[in-house]
Design a protein around this ligand. Structure first.
Ligand code: MN3
Length: 200
């Protein structure tokens, strides 16, 4: 049985960057629905109920065909949002020297990384996510449609997500309406870089 994780901070803790109402609906309604739908899909497969959410993602192609799409969408939604909450911090967190060095080595500079990631967020058509992914060949920025993520073998850039940004309209529409770029710009203020370093 998969369980909706609690937020480690109050829903209004990220204001003014992300508003309380958005956090409340995003976590209590959207994320909760992914968890419910995932558990429902796994009802008739008791042995698969034991799998961790990470295993469900990595072994998507091994799942029974009748639940594969539901697990892709709702298991993906559960994994992605659980990670997303962890990567948010109400208090400003400075990136570690270790992280800065890896980012600079990969993207040329910290600013170039921010720019490239933000551009990927702006150009993701419709709903999806933007990722900083650790792959066998180093770090890479990628984006996925819907609730896909880098753990899934079906994605373009397969690896371990260090950082993920939700660019579904439900993540920002109440406060930012169509201004996704403003939401992305604000989100940089609440990234928990300690968590990113830890995942590295
Ligand atoms: Mn979302």
């Amino acid at each position: 049985m998969h369980i909706l994780p609690e937020l480690s901070f109050d829903t209004n803790a990220l204001e003014p960057y992300i508003d309380a109402k958005t956090m409340e609906i995003h976590h209590d309604k959207h994320h909760n629905a992914y968890v419910d739908n995932l558990n429902k899909a796994l009802e008739k497969y008791p042995q698969i109920q034991e799998w961790s959410i990470e295993d469900l993602m990595k072994k998507l192609n091994e799942l029974p065909e009748d639940i594969r799409t539901t697990v892709r969408n709702n298991g993906g939604g559960h994994y992605n949002h659980s990670l997303f909450w962890e990567l948010l911090s109400p208090k400003a967190v400075e990136p570690s020297e270790k992280l800065k060095t890896v980012i600079q080595d990969t993207f040329g500079s910290w600013d170039a990384f921010i720019e490239e990631f933000s551009a990927a967020a702006a150009s993701r058509f419709g709903s999806g996510w933007v990722w900083l992914v650790k792959t066998d060949s180093g770090l890479s920025i990628s984006s996925t449609p819907n609730q896909d993520n880098p753990l899934m073998p079906i994605t373009d850039v397969v690896g371990f997500p260090l950082l993920g940004l939700d660019v579904w309209e439900h993540a920002y529409y109440l406060n930012y309406q169509n201004r996704r770029a403003d939401y992305v710009k604000a989100w940089w203020n609440v990234v928990n870089w300690d968590k990113v370093t830890e995942r590295l």
